[in-house]
Ligand binder design. Structure first.
Ligand code: DGL
Length: 284
């Protein structure tokens, strides 16, 4: 027999880490986080029904992201990672500064831009780095601004790749059509900075394109994805913040949610996450 009260108590008992993206991309980050911190409970939410975010206005990305963060808090998550550069660039600061104090000042929402900006300079010898990202992330100037704080000597060149997320979201990431757009944007980036020796895939969808990206990349250029960087930074954060770590439940459970069709999401997500994913559709 279904007993609503019993269900509520059970949900309350779980206080998972929330991981968010506009679609599938955040799974590339979650995979590394779970590898580094396997004991915790996790909920993933992909807002696939409204993806991509990269070409949407600040106001829209902020509103969508806030709705998703509210949903995570309703699920009992004390900590939410925006595993999406576009949401981190366009919504994180407002949520941290304006919304969180009113919603639940004890909860935390973290992004992926700062942890990446903190380390990118360690990889470059030429001191020229390239950022490949969505239109929204590039337009926000978040990376050049954040990177300058940690590595003022670095020259940062950006390239917006608006077709790359749709290639991933539509399962075209390993098909011949992807080659044209991948080659085009690598060429354009390297024209801007001819000494670039480090390229950051500053969109969590892009690791799905990594094999094709490598094909078109000149030898000697280091390609960085964010999964491991963000995972390492989270391990460090949890060590420094026992007040948050102590609130997280340790069950080793993973729940995968999408705002769009669950069967379709589960199929693609299994490929991106690297293990079988059974997803559920949720309404925000
Ligand atoms: N994974 C998101 C990011 O890191 C993709 C954005 C989109 O939906 O366009 O930027």
């Amino acid at each position: 027999m279904n007993h609503p009260k019993a269900i509520q108590v059970n949900l309350r008992a779980k206080t998972p880490i929330g991981i968010f993206d506009s679609g599938y991309g955040g799974l590339t980050v979650m995979k590394e986080i779970v590898k580094a911190l396997p004991g915790f409970d996790y909920i993933y939410l992909g807002d696939n029904a409204r993806a991509p975010y990269g070409t949407r206005s600040f106001e829209t990305v902020y509103r969508y992201t806030l709705e998703c963060v509210e949903w995570f808090f309703e699920q009992g998550c004390p900590l939410v990672i925006l595993a999406c550069n576009t949401a981190s660039a366009k919504a994180l600061r407002s949520i941290q500064q304006n919304d969180l104090p009113l919603m639940d000042p004890g909860n935390r929402v973290l992004g992926v831009i700062r942890p990446t900006a903190e380390v990118i300079g360690n990889y470059s010898k030429t001191r020229q780095v390239g950022i490949m990202a969505t239109n929204g992330t590039v337009a926000s100037q978040s990376y050049p601004i954040e990177i300058k704080k940690f590595f003022p000597d670095l020259d940062v060149y950006q390239e917006a790749c608006p077709m790359w997320v749709p290639l991933v979201e539509n399962n075209e990431y390993d098909k011949p059509g992807a080659d044209y757009f991948i080659n085009q944007h690598i060429f354009q980036l390297l024209e801007k900075g001819s000494k670039i020796d480090t390229i950051l895939l500053a969109c969590t969808h892009y690791p799905l394109l990594i094999n094709k990206i490598r094909q078109y990349l000149p030898l000697g250029i280091e390609l960085l994805s964010q999964g491991e960087i963000v995972a390492r930074s989270l391990v460090d954060y949890l060590e420094r913040h026992p007040e948050i770590t102590g609130r997280l439940s340790l069950g080793g459970h993973k729940r995968f949610c999408t705002t769009d069709d669950a069967a379709g999401f589960g199929q693609s997500a299994s490929i991106f996450f690297g293990e079988a994913v059974i997803a559920e559709k949720v309404n925000l």
